[in-house]
Design a binder for this molecule. Structure first.
Ligand code: B4P
Length: 190
């Protein structure tokens, strides 16, 4: 089972992915978390990604595709995956489709969050105050929203056209309430 969790910055991807992971026994793979870990380690990838992420831009496709490829091709990694924050461009989506096809898999569903931009900005500025994440500044948030509209939003159409099940979720409300909406959609009918 391969699920993708999709939505603009601050829509609740990482937040809900953690819950979906434990409820539906999928391994959560967040490219944002992987990149932040590389930055914290001071690796070559981290050095390249740090400045780009801080500005709110997307890291280059070839870099992120190589990282995900290494994980998906690793026989120790479960084939029941929830991909969070990947793919974020059409090039990444095509690369993912190829990687999965090589393993005899395909994306089974996409969870797509809908949240108005004002709510997103409010959440990210709140996180900035609480956690101080380097890309939660007002300038970087504006850039991340722009990148989402310009490059990422079309990924959803790519999967719709391929006939992958796209589950639209209203991402406004308490975290538990949003999870309940997802659970109802993903749980098989009794
Ligand atoms: P991500 O880590 O994916 O960052 P994000 O879009 O902000 O999502 P995140 O999962 O952290 O936040 P969430 O919505 O859960 O990416 C960061 C950066 O890494 C990118 O900008 C890019 O530079 C780089 N990157 C990552 N993947 C890439 C790729 N494939 N290609 C290129 N570059 C890539 O939550 C946000 C906040 O809202 C939290 O504080 C949370 O507590 C709160 N929240 C969530 N749900 C809520 C609710 N229902 N009510 C109130 N608050 C809520």
């Amino acid at each position: 089972m391969i699920g993708l969790i999709f939505g603009p910055p601050g829509s609740g991807k990482g937040t809900q992915a953690a819950r979906i992971e434990s409820k539906f026994k999928l391994s959560h793979l967040s490219t944002g978390d992987i990149l932040r870990a590389e930055v914290a380690r001071g690796s070559e990838i981290g050095k390249e990604a740090e400045r780009i992420m801080r500005a709110g831009d997307l890291v280059p496709d070839d870099l992120i595709i190589r990282i995900v490829q290494g994980i998906i091709r690793d026989p120790k990694v479960s084939s029941d995956l929830l991909l969070d924050g990947f793919p974020r461009t059409l090039e990444q989506a095509r690369a993912l489709d190829e990687m999965l096809a090589e393993e005899g898999h395909r994306a089974d569903f996409v969870i797509a969050f809908e949240v108005p931009e004002g709510v997103l900005v409010e959440r990210l500025l709140h996180r900035a105050a609480v956690e101080g994440r380097a890309d939660d500044t007002r300038e970087a948030i504006t850039e991340r929203m722009h990148e989402y509209r310009a490059l990422t939003a079309s990924v959803l159409d790519h999967y719709r056209k391929k006939g992958v099940r796209v589950v639209q979720i209203d991402g406004v409300g308490e975290i538990d309430e949003v999870f309940e909406r997802i659970r109802k959609e993903l749980e098989p009918a009794p």
